[in-house]
Design a protein around this ligand. Sequence first.
Ligand code: CMP
Length: 140
Amino acid sequence: MAIQRTFSIIKPDGTKRNLTGAVNAVIEAAGLRIVAQKRILMTRAQAETFYAVHAARPFFGELCEFMTSGPVVVQVLEAENAIAKYREVMGATNPANAADGTIRKLFALSVGENTVHGSDAPETAAIEIAQFFAGNEIVG
Ligand code: CMP
């Protein structure tokens, strides 16, 4: 497996509780390299574009409201098999189902306030990275 990149977000519940460093420590301990990172306030338009695939879901409005409710940290992570590796490190979407030692088991509050996002496939990773980073902002 070649070196791969994935897109990560530390969500508002994480930044609000001052957990950026704690989340990054779990990411780095797992062997993922943070090759780009910035703290931003997502606009409603950015959130709606980012989560467009969920537009028909009943929780879409709530999700976009939450993602714009405070700062987020957007990141690009790099490793061998980074997409699957990060999904393992994050744990299940619902923290009640997340395995011990995962970010969501350690820190998440609920299925909505679940501290982190990670891309689910190479195609979505490329789209998500391009939504928030220019090529020269990613330094591997
Ligand atoms: P994420 O990986 O960012 O992608 C979609 C998000 O929708 C997911 O994490 C959850 O935080 C959120 N989500 C999924 N199910 C629900 C739900 N029932 N209520 C609120 N948010 C949800």
